[in-house]
Every structure is written in C-alpha cells, then in structure tokens.
Design a protein around this ligand. Structure first.
Ligand code: SF4
Length: 336
C-alpha cells in the first residue's frame, strides 16, 4: 500500500481473470503490467497520506514529458480508464484521472461509460477520444456528451451495447463472473454494482471463501454488509481495515460489536425500504450476466432469508421497528 496503493493488486487481479477488459468482452488485459502497480510507482514523485496514517497509500504521480500531474490513479481508475477501455499507457490513465478530478466525476462511472462508447464506435484503445468524450460529458454541449452524461443504464440502448450496471450503477472491477460471491453482492447491494458495499472480493481473492459458487455465502455477505455500514458511518478508512479488528471497532465506538452489527442491519434494511418504496424488489437484484453466475436465484433467497426479508426482496414492516431509530428521529419517516 505504501509503495503502490490499491494499484499493487492489478496484476494479481488480472491473473485471476477478474479484470474486466474492453467493456467486459474479456476477463484479462494483455497490458496489465503497463498500467499496474509498478507503472504507477515509477510515476510517483513523493509520498502522500491522510493525517497520521501509517499506510500512506496516496499516489501523487507526475509525467514530465507530457506535463501530466495528478493524485492517483487508484486501482479502479486503472481498470475503468485502462483495461475497460483497452488503454495500456499509464500516462493516459493518469491524464484521465486528473480530468475527472478537475471535472468532478467519479472515475468508475465515467470510465465505464466512456468504455461503452468506445465499444459502440469500435475505438478501444483510443485514449485521446476518451478524453474528448469525457470533456463533452461534463459540458453536455454535444449530443454525444449529453447522451453519455446519463450513464450506461440510460444510454446503452442508443449505443447498442449491453447494460453493464446494477440498479443503474456502473460496475467496479473484480468481475462477478469469476468471483461469484462478489457477483451476488453486486446483485443485492442497495447502491448497485458497488464493490465497497460488502467486499466479498477480498475473501474470495484470499481464498478464505471459494470464489466458485454462490450458495452458502449469504450469512457471510450479510455480516460483511452490516460491518461495512459501521465502517462507513464511523468514517473508518476501508484500506486500514486490517488494523481495525472487531474489538477495536467496538472500543472506538464505545459499544459491543454485536450491537454495531445490529445497527448495520437496520441501516441496510432502511436503505432497502427506500428502494422498495421506489418500486425496486427482487426483479432489480439482477446481474447483466445472470446466466454466468451459478444458482443466483437460490442464493438470492438464501440472502433474503438471512436478512429476514420477504421472498420478493422487500423488507417486512416489522423489520423496520427500532427503538434506536425512534430515539434519533428516524422512526417517524413517512411513507414517501
Ligand atoms: S487513511 Fe486510508 S486513504 Fe488515507 S492514506 Fe491511510 S490508507 Fe490511504
């Protein structure tokens, strides 16, 4: 982490066929080494860290020849503006990273949306075109930019490409067709195809869970989701997670760990209720590659059962009852 931040895993992920390439047409990128951790480290010109963090994972990078300077790219940008677009030059990825920072765009959603466009135009690898399109997305001054500014879910039909989103959110890397527990997580996550919602990918890369198959993983998925709510609500850095043991998390927040998980479960249920009220249910817990993830239907039912939810993916009203929520003022949320 100190040397290469999150990009240090790029080649490992590629070797595990979990690095979506050329808008999900492929699972591995032949130029992964050219945009991975070593390539980023070569461009790094100083160390960077959040206050007092020993990990110091920040990546201030610079390329003097092209006059590009940025903070990053992190791994997901290496994927979204690199492998997913068929771009194998780290300076191109750095330049796109800086543009997204300047324009205020999320690099995953922007990068995957541009990748969808490059697929439609048969222009994979054209980094100059990617930057041009990115600027147009920000200004919406061209028809092309205006369309792509809507994201993949709304633009895919006009582009004539597959809708690689869940609940309208573009995919992170860590391919769910290979890491099946991560695939299940993408399907059920209330935010959509978000790799940070549960982090099953880490368990499957490490071998703690077998990446193959979805059945029998629901209980662990529920635990990870509940824990991540506490991590995010407590503003605990995800990357420093190795140091934040269950005991330390409980001590930090001055309560016991099981109580924290109960709060996490209520937050996930409340988010699900929010989605349910907007018409989302089991029909939206879907992947664009459902047929490539084994036993997904049965795994969804295992997940709902583990959560105590209905078989149609909705939250029973009594699952929302909570003295804690009433105490902090959320108990009286109106139907809409
Ligand atoms: S707090 Fe997190 S993001 Fe910040 S330097 Fe440390 S590991 Fe990196």
């Amino acid at each position: 982490m100190k040397r290469q931040g999150t990009t240090g895993g790029t080649e490992f992920i590629n070797d595990n066929f979990a690095l979506p390439t050329r808008y999900f047409d492929e699972y591995e990128f032949e130029s992964a080494a050219a945009i991975g951790g070593n390539a980023v480290e070569e461009k790094k010109y100083k160390r960077g860290a959040c206050s007092q963090c020993a990990y110091a994972c920040k990546l201030p990078t610079r390329d003097e020849e092209r006059g590009v300077e940025t903070e990053g790219p992190e791994f997901e940008t290496v994927y979204s503006f690199g492998s997913c677009q068929g771009v194998g030059d780290i300076v191109d990825v750095m330049e796109a990273n800086e543009l997204c920072d300047e324009l205020g765009m999320d690099t995953i959603s922007a990068g995957v949306t541009v990748a969808a466009y490059l697929k439609a135009e048969d222009e994979f690898g054209n980094a100059a075109l990617a930057r041009e399109v990115l600027r147009e997305i920000a200004t919406r001054e061209t028809d092309r930019g205006d369309l792509l500014a809507e994201g993949v879910h709304r633009a895919h039909e006009e582009l004539g490409v597959t809708d690689y989103t869940v609940k309208g959110m573009e995919f992170a890397a860590h391919d769910g067709r290979v890491l099946h527990g991560q695939g299940l997580s993408y399907a059920v996550a209330n935010r959509g195809a978000d790799h940070m919602y549960a982090g099953m990918l880490g368990l499957e890369y490490s071998g703690e869970l077998d990446p193959e198959g979805t059945l029998g993983k629901a209980e662990r998925l529920v635990h990870e989701e509940n824990r991540n709510v506490i991590r995010d609500s407590g503003v605990v850095c995800a990357f420093a997670g190795d140091y934040v043991t269950d005991d330390r998390l409980a001590a930090l927040l001055e309560t016991d760990y099981e109580h924290l998980l109960e709060i996490g479960a209520r937050v996930v249920a409340r988010e699900r209720h929010f989605n349910n009220r907007r018409g989302k249910d089991v029909a939206d817990d879907r992947l664009p590659y459902d047929d490539e993830v084994p036993d997904l239907e049965a795994a969804l039912q295992e997940y709902y059962a583990a959560r105590g939810w209905n078989a149609d993916g909705t939250v029973p009203d009594d699952a929302l009852d909570s003295p804690t929520e009433t105490a902090v003022g959320y108990g009286a949320v109106a139907d809409d």
